[in-house]
Ligand binder design. Sequence first.
Ligand SMILES: CC(C)(COP(=O)(O)OP(=O)(O)OC[C@H]1O[C@@H](n2cnc3c(N)ncnc32)[C@H](O)[C@@H]1OP(=O)(O)O)[C@@H](O)C(=O)NCCC(=O)NCCSC(=O)CCC(=O)c1ccccc1C(=O)O
Length: 260
Amino acid sequence: MSYEDILYEVKDGAAWITINRPDKYNAFRGKTCEELIDAFNTAGWDKSVGVVVLSGAGEKAFCTGGDQSAHEGQYDGRGTIGLPMEDLHSIIRDIPKPVIAKVQGFAIGGGNVLATICDMTIAGDRAVFGQVGPKVGSVDPGFGTAFLSRIVGEKKAREIWYMCRRYTAQEALEMGLVNKVVPHEELDAEVAGWCAEIMDRSPTAIALAKRSFNMDTEHQRGIAGLGMLGLSLYYDTDESKEGGIAFKEKRKPDFRKFGK
Ligand SMILES: CC(C)(COP(=O)(O)OP(=O)(O)OC[C@H]1O[C@@H](n2cnc3c(N)ncnc32)[C@H](O)[C@@H]1OP(=O)(O)O)[C@@H](O)C(=O)NCCC(=O)NCCSC(=O)CCC(=O)c1ccccc1C(=O)O
């Protein structure tokens, strides 16, 4: 597969997968997700690769989730909500190699979910983390909520989703959402150092450990499938559409007329 929305490079045993849509703050559309799935599959089963790094191009963003310009109710691709999110989340968990999220800017919405699902996250000190679903008429009713609460705890996860606040890299570190924060300029070198260390370890032991870590939350995959169906129905409502339209019109959404 040739790539338009992502970059793929193998260096010293590490596969670097970069979302390359900086003008869209590295938001993903259907095509981006398909390319990411292909790249993770390639890296995951390439014996010369021992570790995968997921990042975003440019200085501004790691990834800001679904591309709002490819979102009129459903998104523009394959899958329950017009994005193969279930497949993308699954492949990150399923490949037998550790995946490191290298976060240098915004990790927002579905981008925050991707970083959360990765095995480890290294952030530059200018990184910003957060959720925006209830602000833009969306939600991740799968790993983005349930798995997040395993990482930061129930109270914090609920705050993140209900309040839609932005958190600094240091705050993300304190809540356990990232493994290390380094000065922005040192981020690439830091991640390369972690990759080199992993390359010295036994790949089979790591693959077994990864599967074993996944075991405890595997049921969330099934629940996520059901949740995506609910999300698809929600995307067709005026309430959800109000969020997307307000974002594009750069105004505050008016949700008060909807809801139970
Ligand atoms: C990222 C922001 C916090 C940055 O804010 P700010 O610094 O004030 O800059 P802006 O002026 O808002 O944005 C600059 C520029 O970038 C464009 N942009 C930013 N994000 C996106 C995006 N996601 N899609 C398209 N374009 C984007 C923005 O339009 C501006 O362009 P101009 O040309 O300069 O006008 C802030 O931008 C922000 O909050 N973005 C919204 C992110 C968003 O809505 N993401 C999608 C929803 S995420 C979500 O709902 C969670 C659900 C979820 O995870 C999920 C689950 C299952 C399937 C899919 C998803 C999913 O991701 O939707």
